[in-house]
Design a protein around this ligand. Structure first.
Ligand SMILES: C[S@@+](CC[C@H](N)C(=O)[O-])C[C@H]1O[C@@H](n2cnc3c(N)ncnc32)[C@H](O)[C@@H]1O
Length: 239
């Protein structure tokens, strides 16, 4: 078993980094606000196909809300939260400790984190991709592809194409603030980028209206034949 641990490397944040609420001074508020996303995250989690004893990465874990929900729903999973922001990870560490939940926290990007290839059965990432430029999205998805085991699945929840005229209207402020980062999500680029990264069975699991726009759940699978394409993948399995 491992304990709540936060490895902090201040310089891991890319210069283009956008904090959880858009400004570093607002980060302490995120834990309180993330209570509002809990029902959405619970619904998302039920459709991720997580099974007992799986190893699950919560990519861009923020204040640890999803990591906590995963451990509560599937206590025998190994859950690793990764986030680039040391301030948000400090809050996550407190949230997990208070709930006496045993999860591992790492600071950094998935590209620089030292996880062996094929480490994860599931990678879950919620409300992170709209923080990234298209190039950063590509790079993150390629790293997910390397770190999933063959047959493993990536699950993304984030802003997607507006499902109604009202959702188009509602998403306008975030689109104005987020520029290219948000526009790629809203224009439907996420599934295309997933396929380009080598994922198959890319599908939209659900889409529902929210105060920020249409929240969408996409899933994607790493083909099983990646086994032979990536020799040695299993050498470094973390379980
Ligand atoms: C809006 S918050 C979402 C947090 C959490 N996933 C949730 O659902 O509550 C976005 C998070 O992504 C993190 N983040 C942004 N860019 C990142 C990157 N390149 N690598 C890892 N984390 C990143 C931010 O630090 C922030 O905590």
């Amino acid at each position: 078993m491992f304990t709540n641990r936060t490895d902090v490397h201040e310089d891991a944040r890319p210069s283009s980094f956008v904090p959880a609420l858009g400004h570093a001074a607002l980060t302490p508020l995120y834990a309180a606000l993330s209570g509002m996303t809990r029902p959405t995250l619970r619904r998302f989690l039920r459709r991720t196909g997580i099974e007992p004893d799986m190893t699950v990465l919560d990519l861009g874990c923020g204040t640890g809300t999803l990591a906590l929900l995963i451990k509560q729903a599937y206590p025998t999973t190994r859950v690793i939260g990764l986030d680039v922001d040391p301030a948000v990870l400090e809050v996550a560490r407190e949230v997990l400790a208070r709930a006496q939940v045993d999860a591992e926290l790492h600071q950094g990007t998935i590209e620089t984190a030292e996880f062996p290839p094929g480490s994860f059965d599931r990678i879950l990432t919620t409300f992170v991709l709209h923080h990234l430029t298209t190039e950063e999205k590509r790079s993150m998805l390629a790293a997910c592809q390397r770190l999933l085991r063959p047959g493993g699945q990536l699950h993304v929840a984030d802003l997607g194409p507006p499902s109604t005229a009202l959702m188009k209207l509602v998403s306008l402020p975030l689109r104005a603030l987020g520029g290219e980062r948000v526009a790629a999500n809203v224009s439907g680029a996420i599934p295309t980028l997933m396929r380009a990264a080598g994922f198959t069975e890319v599908s939209q699991v659900s889409a529902s209206g929210s105060v920020l726009g249409t929240m969408t759940h996409w899933s994607a699978t790493l083909p099983a034949q990646a086994d032979s394409a990536r020799p040695g993948d299993h050498q470094g399995r973390t379980r």
